[in-house]
Design a protein around this ligand. Structure first.
Ligand SMILES: *[C@@H]1O[C@H](CO)[C@@H](O)[C@H](O)[C@H]1NC(C)=O
Ligand SMILES: *[C@@H]1O[C@H](CO)[C@@H](O)[C@H](O)[C@H]1NC(C)=O
Ligand SMILES: *[C@@H]1O[C@H](CO)[C@@H](O)[C@H](O)[C@H]1NC(C)=O
Ligand SMILES: *[C@@H]1O[C@H](CO)[C@@H](O)[C@H](O)[C@H]1NC(C)=O
Ligand SMILES: *[C@@H]1O[C@H](CO)[C@@H](O)[C@H](O)[C@H]1NC(C)=O
Length: 520
């Protein structure tokens, strides 16, 4: 094996260090600050929302040429921050000890570029085809963020079209955002499709971010960029105003540096939305009175039954990951959980064989019909159908890197004609696979969660609309992060949060990235 050499990207590191030193002279250290730190800073007067926004804008300007995490910054972010500061001052004058709004008041949040905003920002899913399109209104989750007082900082890069343009995947690339880079090891895959959200959270380019997932798009980039990602139960968060793939599987969730931060964002974005009525009504029964923050408990693993399904931890013995995961499972046991190994998810190989189990027929059909609905609802758009997007790509082969990536899924999807008898039969079969598979296992074994590495369980969860939380678990030989995933049944967010939070507090794995340039 050739000798591996890791070297610091010196000029960048110097810039970051100088910057950190400058910030350190002041009372408040913004880098690595949590949502709670930020609110404390607001309350004790050592921080303003305006200063936060200035910090992140500066950080984005410095790091984005390297990391390509952000597509656009919001020209109105500073004004929104100033408004939040003024509100806080007004309220403090009236009642000095009062907290202003909720925990996200004045906090800058970055949105994946498939989440629409009705403001000066573009919403393009990374594609040049949607540039200039105008949404009729904010996405449901954005309305809730604004109501919570959050500042919309900008739009994050992604796998173009949330990785549904092409079969080989664009690997963190979009025409508008360029190639996203893993801030831990620049040559390592950043994964996607919520690439920029995870990179930006990891590299302190925003206080918090939102991603979306159809199958792995929050869990994978969160794992590989050493941040916390919550993939909520489908319908817990509104999909209205989000460039869709599959109404059965799409979900919107937070990507943040800590479990507590992610949970506070989750609290702000969950709930019923008349524009995504069926799914959000069905899931609203899962939302606990008093929200999710109450589940950030230090003893959240005590008495929990956690399953380790076969087929996921296939690391050769002696590898860093095998050793680390064994240690982590020991930690889970020490924290009072019962770990049950050697469990089987029925039909696992069928579930994971997305090219053969009917998903390759259903997802393109769902995509075409829901995308065309999204496009027709825009108040202005240069393209109004999938067919027009395909034509746009054909007309811009260089900018859209058609030769490298193609657009095969688009072409397959364009050939579909809606959800007919075949598609309904496949959906029925997928539901049965989920019911006979993880759902049955969890019930039979009375599990609170299963634990798996990275996003490897994502398809199992996706077909059942089930939730998961990924937490930083370690760093491989080259320093590339990996994650550990707590997955469960629909509505299991409270106990997943308890377990993930306790695990995070007991392990404290995450370290800020050092932008290593690996030579391999
Ligand atoms: C205010 O709170 C922040 C966050 O905990 C802390 O870093 C800072 O030192 C505090 N400043 C003052 C003036 O109390
Ligand atoms: C949105 O896209 C237009 C080009 O169509 C560009 O001029 C504008 O600056 C973009 N908005 C932002 C906030 O970057
Ligand atoms: C779409 O349908 C046409 C006509 O049946 C066929 O020639 C073409 O190969 C199909 N394309 C894909 C990508 O399936
Ligand atoms: C999955 O496995 C179970 C038990 O092994 C079997 O009874 C069932 O028919 C399978 N379901 C599907 C949809 O393949
Ligand atoms: C998890 O991610 C790490 C980092 O990319 C990788 O080395 C490892 O093989 C992944 N594990 C699984 C099970 O996918």
């Amino acid at each position: 094996m050739s000798r591996r050499r890791l070297q610091l990207l010196l000029p960048l590191a110097a810039v970051v260090l100088v910057h950190a030193a400058a910030a350190g002279c002041r009372a408040f250290q913004i880098e690595e600050a949590t949502v709670d730190d930020i609110q404390l800073g607001f309350r004790n007067g050592s921080l303003t929302s305006r200063r936060l926004v200035l910090f992140y804008l500066d950080r984005i300007a410095r790091l984005n040429p390297l990391l390509h995490a952000v597509i656009e910054v919001n020209p109105d972010a500073l004004a929104q921050a100033a408004r939040a500061d003024a509100e806080r001052r007004r309220r403090r004058r009236r009642s000095p000890s009062a907290r202003c709004g909720g925990p996200l008041h004045g906090v800058p949040v970055l949105l994946k570029d498939n989440i629409a905003t009705r403001d000066r920002l573009n919403t393009t899913a990374g594609s040049l085809a949607l540039l200039g399109s105008v949404a009729r209104r904010d996405a449901g989750v954005v309305r809730r963020l604004r109501r919570a007082g959050a500042v919309v900082l900008g739009k994050a890069n992604l796998d173009e079209w949330a990785n549904f343009r092409t079969i080989q995947g664009t690997g963190g690339w979009s025409a508008r955002g360029g190639q996203g880079r893993n801030p831990y090891v620049l040559s390592a895959a950043p994964c996607g499709s919520s690439t920029g959200s995870a990179i930006a959270a990891a590299a302190n380019m925003a206080a918090a971010t939102l991603g979306t997932e159809t199958d792995g798009s929050i869990l994978c980039p969160s794992s590989l960029n050493s941040v916390v990602g919550i993939k909520p139960t489908v319908g817990l968060t509104s999909r209205a105003g989000v460039v869709p793939i599959s109404p059965r599987q799409d979900t919107i969730g937070p990507i943040c540096r800590t479990v507590a931060d992610a949970v506070q964002v989750l609290d702000a974005i969950v709930g019923y939305d008349s524009r995504d009525a069926k799914a959000t009504r069905a899931a609203s029964k899962y939302i606990p009175p008093g929200g999710y923050v109450q589940f950030l408990k230090p003893d959240g693993l005590k008495g929990k039954r956690i399953g380790i399904p076969n087929g996921f931890f296939n690391f050769p013995s002696g590898t860093v990951q095998q050793i680390v995961y064994q240690q982590l499972l020991d930690t889970v046991r020490k924290q009072g959980a019962v770990v049950i190994e050697n469990l089987d998810i029925a039909n696992l190989t069928v579930i994971q064989d997305v090219l053969n189990n009917g998903q390759q027929i259903v997802l393109p059909a769902e995509f075409k019909s829901s995308l065309n609905t999204y496009l027709s609802d825009l108040s202005y758009s240069p393209v109004r159908s999938l067919a027009e997007i395909i034509a746009f790509n054909d007309a811009h082969p260089i900018e859209e890197r058609l030769k490298d990536f193609g657009q095969l899924i688009f072409l397959v999807a364009e050939n579909t004609t809606g959800i007919g008898a075949l598609e309904r039969a496949i959906i029925h079969q997928l539901n049965k696979l989920s019911a006979d598979g993880l759902e049955k296992l969890m019930k039979d074994e009375q599990l609170d969660a299963i634990i798996t590495p990275n996003d490897s369980v994502s398809t199992v969860l996706a077909i059942g609309g089930m939730p998961a939380i990924t937490v930083p678990a370690g760093y491989g030989k080259r320093g590339v992060p990996f994650g550990i995933c707590f997955g469960g049944l629909k509505g299991y967010e409270p106990r997943l949060i308890e377990m993930a939070y306790t695990f995070e507090q007991a392990t404290k794995v995450r370290k800020p990235p050092k932008f290593l340039r690996g030579t391999f």
